[in-house]
Ligand binder design. Structure first.
Ligand code: SF4
Length: 709
């Protein structure tokens, strides 16, 4: 029996795992007590993750679809057929007729995404779309504008702050920072203030000193009132603003939104808003943060900006207890430039900024459906399920029908794969090597742990990096779009063969990261191998990051001009209550699911078999709805039927339906009717209402009506 150390890949906490393996079978899986950040913690998802390895529903062979029939094909056939179709499409319609979408299915598997991205660029296409553009690119735009670089990302100093103000996040359930539960409990124990702004009394809100149960979609107005009150009372940190920021006047001279006015819009007491402003501004140190609940709401960029600016206004940036910058072990700004080049791009439909090396995924369906000679005709989907996760899932279904070629690389026959021409079986994280480099802000200091493969994949399953490497070679283009690297690895492969060790110098994650970390990493590959529980690569030095601000002024731009102009155009939400009396939110997290992943993991699906519409007791009573009733939800974009979950933990006037459901469990060889799990929340969302600055769609605060069936 072998004992191996790796980390979980389901979310960004990357919890350390200890795995016992015998005859290529996992016989025990537990939290790694020696992991410096997670100290033996694994949530229910991590503990159940080994079930993905033996899940009978998982894909084990490549398939080609003919009509409604799936035929098993060999890898050489799959590569040959896909390459031939891609060549034909490119020859007839040009390079940009091929697109890639990569999802969050392997949240921390960086090399997979790099190879998928490199493959498309090597084909000459820049039609690359990723899942971050559905939930995070507002943040990267704010970082770029305020601090000069998109990956110059801030994070709260959770273990030292005296006041943590959270908008739209439930970290007690999302758990996406290592040790977050202990950090929040520690914060409470040392007497620091926790303020949560959320329409639900979430598990995190239950711990809060102040819970603001705001009307969804109105956070921007509460933030404007916080800024107004802080400036009116002279609570801003003038020294910090003078020394380190530009644009303060722009922020100060915005038309005021009084706490009373915000209270009317946000439907919370004005005294609560003034109390939050004063608690935050007078704390010795404070951090204001926002996450998914804001990112998927109306005005997501402006709201994110005003949260971030609150930290600058009160002097809480780059100081203990405030916001810090974790540089990580690799320079992500440089890596992204190397991958995508220095050309300034805008998205080709809406002209949105090209963030995280991607066009906004909200444009993909239209890029396929548009009546234009350079529309997208071939789509490769890696570790993603746009058919369930895109807003207006009906539009994506229509778009998928118009494609000349759809290839899905996935563990499961997900809803997108069910429409594909070819489905290629990929590994789960326990079956591949990799390194998590993309979100250093989820660690309290620069940290890296090699994600060790613990078992070999079954049958014909391959890691994504290998699939994209092989596809690159079949298409005659270099891996990672870099000929020098391709030629070097090919020479290495020849040498390895001559020496009788064919894999020794071949392209694989270990050899690739040996080079990359050797060239620009804060920790070298050899050190990662010697330290299976992970390596701390330095501390975050507060005060150092302000010297690295990369804006033209070399100071924090607290009020970027285009943000100010856009803010001046924002009107308070209108009164829609005569037509759609409720507001729908879809970003709620659950302890047993992660978006569309983990669909076949029995121990989790037993705990939660479906999603339900969470609604307030008073709203339910007024509609004669009782807990467990079937209800029909209607929005401007569509309708869906779902069971009601009647509760007091959500504010009146708001209903919540978790996304990632509507999954159809299906295996190509059984040809059985897919078994459905839950209701797809994106039957109710639209893809027309995009954030005007970053192009992200709106999944929250959607007017809706509900009736008992
Ligand atoms: S918190 Fe995230 S990384 Fe940790 S075990 Fe759970 S799913 Fe895995």
């Amino acid at each position: 029996m072998a004992r191996k150390y790796t980390h979980c890949d389901i979310c960004l906490a990357a919890c350390g795992m200890e795995v016992e393996v015998e005859d290529n079978k996992i016989v025990a899986l537990r939290g790694d007590k020696d992991h410096p950040l997670t100290r033996g913690f694994l949530c229910t998802k991590g503990l159940a993750s080994h079930e993905m390895v033996t899940d009978p529903l998982r894909l084990r062979h490549p398939y080609e679809r003919t009509g409604h029939t799936w035929n098993r094909i060999t890898w050489p056939e799959a590569y040959q057929k896909i390459s031939q179709r891609l060549r034909e499409i490119i020859r007839k319609h040009g390079k940009n007729s091929v697109a890639l979408y990569y999802g969050g299915g392997n949240a921390t598997s960086s090399v997979n995404y790099m190879l998928a991205d490199g493959f498309l660029r090597a084909l000459g296409s820049d039609r690359i779309y990723n899942v971050l553009t559905l939930e995070f690119t507002n943040r990267y735009l704010v970082m770029q504008k305020m601090y000069g670089k998109q990956f110059h990302v801030t994070q709260p100093d959770l273990d030292h702050t005296d006041c943590l103000l959270i908008f739209g996040s439930n970290p007690m359930v999302s758990l996406d920072h290592p040790g977050i539960v202990a950090s929040l409990k520690g914060l409470k124990n040392r007497g620091a203030k926790l303020i949560v702004v959320d329409p639900r009394k979430t598990e995190t809100a239950q711990l809060a000193d102040i819970h603001v149960d705001i009307l969804p979609g109105t956070d921007l107005f509460m933030l404007r009132a916080l800024h107004t009150h802080i400036f009116r009372k002279g609570l801003e940190d003038k020294d910090f603003l003078d020394k380190h920021c530009v644009g303060t006047n722009g922020l100060q001279q915005l038309p005021e939104v009084s706490p009373e006015e915000a209270a009317r819009i946000c439907r919370v007491p004005a005294e609560t808003i003034t109390r939050v402003a004063e608690e935050f501004a007078t704390a010795r140190s404070a951090s204001a943060v926002c996450k998914l609940g804001i990112n998927v709401s109306t005005n997501c960029t402006l709201t994110y900006w005003l949260v971030e600016a609150l930290n600058s206004v009160t002097g809480n940036v780059d100081k203990p207890g405030g916001l810090l910058f974790n540089p990580g072990i690799l320079d992500m700004n440089l890596l992204s430039l190397v991958a995508a080049g220095f050309k300034r791009r805008k998205s080709h439909i809406g002209g949105f900024p090209y963030l995280t090396n991607s066009h906004p995924a909200s444009e993909l369906s239209r890029a396929i459906l548009q009546d234009s000679p350079d529309r997208v005709r071939a789509l490769i989907v890696d570790a993603g399920d746009p058919a369930l996760l895109f807003p207006n899932s009906t539009r994506f279904e229509e778009a998928a029908e118009r494609l000349d070629l759809l290839v899905s690389v996935d563990i499961y026959m997900n809803e997108t794969a069910q429409k594909a021409d070819f489905v290629l079986p990929a590994t789960n994280f326990l079956e591949k090597d990799d390194l998590f480099i993309i979100f250093p802000d989820h660690f309290p200091y620069p940290f890296a742990q090699w994600k060790h493969k613990v078992v070999d994949p079954p049958d014909e399953v391959k890691p994504e990096w290998e699939i994209f490497r092989d596809l690159s070679r079949h298409m005659g283009v270099p891996v990672l779009n870099q000929w020098p690297m391709e030629l070097m690895f090919r020479a290495g492969e020849l040498l390895g063969k001559m020496l009788g060790t064919p894999d020794r110098y071949a392209f694989d994650p270990k050899n690739y990261y040996t080079l990359l970390l050797g060239a620009m990493g804060k920790v070298k590959f050899g050190k990662l191998m010697k330290n299976p529980h992970g390596v701390k690569a330095g501390d975050i030095q507060s005060g150092a990051a302000l010297k690295r601000i990369a804006t033209p002024s070399k100071k924090i731009e607290v009020a970027p001009t285009d943000f100010l102009e856009a803010l001046n155009r924002v009107e308070p939400p209108g009164d829609f209550s005569d037509r759609s009396p409720l507001l729908l939110i879809t970003g709620e997290r659950s302890p047993h699911t992660k978006n569309t992943q983990l669909r076949g993991v029995k121990s989790l699906t037993k705990k939660q078999t479906s999603n339900a519409l969470r609604m307030n007791t008073a709203d339910a009573a007024s509609l004669s709805i009782t807990d467990g009733d079937n209800v029909e939800v209607t929005t401007e974009s569509g309708r869906a039927t779902v069971k009601a979950l009647v509760t007091d933990d959500i504010r009146q006037g708001v209903v919540s339906l978790t996304h990632g459901w509507g999954r159809k469990l299906f295996h190509p060889e059984t040809q059985s009717t897919p078994e459905e799990q839950g209701t797809c929340a994106n039957l109710l969302t639209g893809d027309e209402n995009l954030d005007e600055l970053c192009g992200m769609p709106v999944f929250n605060a959607i007017p809706c009506s509900v009736r008992r069936q």
